[in-house]
Design a protein around this ligand. Structure first.
Ligand SMILES: Cc1cc2nc3c(=O)[nH]c(=O)nc-3n(C[C@H](O)[C@H](O)[C@H](O)COP(=O)(O)O)c2cc1C
Length: 178
């Protein structure tokens, strides 16, 4: 059994998760998505039994690099993981998971998505500064709840998140082998 872990990470949060995931996957090859060419062929996932894909959430969807990578994937068993600024138990996080899984789950693609894991990841301070400067930022007004969430996100991914993703993966692998 061999596994490929492909991940996209702008500021390092998802990379932390990818390294933790890699540590519990069978015979892992860890591969930052930038090392894949535009056709997705540089890392041939078809040579592997299991593919884990890590993304960061960008406007409610996996980031663009991962969206493009998704388009190349068929006949594959997949585990998804990722980070986002929102709470992982929020409706927004559940919606992100559903959308990501749906993109891979068209029956014609013949993929199996075993499961998805999301945890918080600190938001790029440059994005926060840019958003604060936007006039009347109605989509993301700076409420107390939002301030609190941004502060909480600054602490993630933490050790507990890394252990949680490892437990999540181990459980999926155990249920697969039974
Ligand atoms: C352009 C941009 C868009 C984002 N959109 C969302 C979003 O829609 N929902 C969310 O919860 N977090 C969003 N985030 C926060 C990131 O998903 C989060 O900080 C993530 O951990 C970054 O991962 P990375 O360090 O691996 O790049 C966004 C961040 C950026 C920079």
């Amino acid at each position: 059994m061999k596994s490929l872990i492909v991940y996209s990470s702008r500021t390092g949060n998802t990379q932390m998760l990818a390294e933790a995931v890699s540590a519990v996957m069978p015979n892992p090859t860890l591969c930052p998505i930038g090392s894949i060419d535009s056709t997705g062929s540089a890392e041939n996932y078809q040579d592997f039994d299991l593919l884990a894909i890590g993304y960061w959430v960008d406007k409610g969807l996996p980031d663009e690099k991962v969206l493009n990578y998704f388009k190349t994937i068929k006949n594959t068993t997949i585990i998804l993981f990722g980070t986002l600024g929102a709470y992982p138990d929020s409706a927004h996080a559940q919606d992100c998971i559903q959308k990501a899984e749906a993109l891979l789950s068209d029956p014609a693609l013949n993929n199996t998505v075993l499961g998805s894991f999301l945890c918080m990841g600190k938001v790029d301070p440059k994005l926060l500064t840019a958003m604060a400067k936007m006039p009347q930022n109605q989509a993301h007004p700076m409420t107390d709840e939002r301030k609190e969430r941004i502060e909480e996100a600054k602490k993630h991914p933490n050790e507990a998140d890394l252990l949680n993703v490892q437990t999540f993966i181990k459980n999926l692998l155990t249920s697969q082998s039974n």
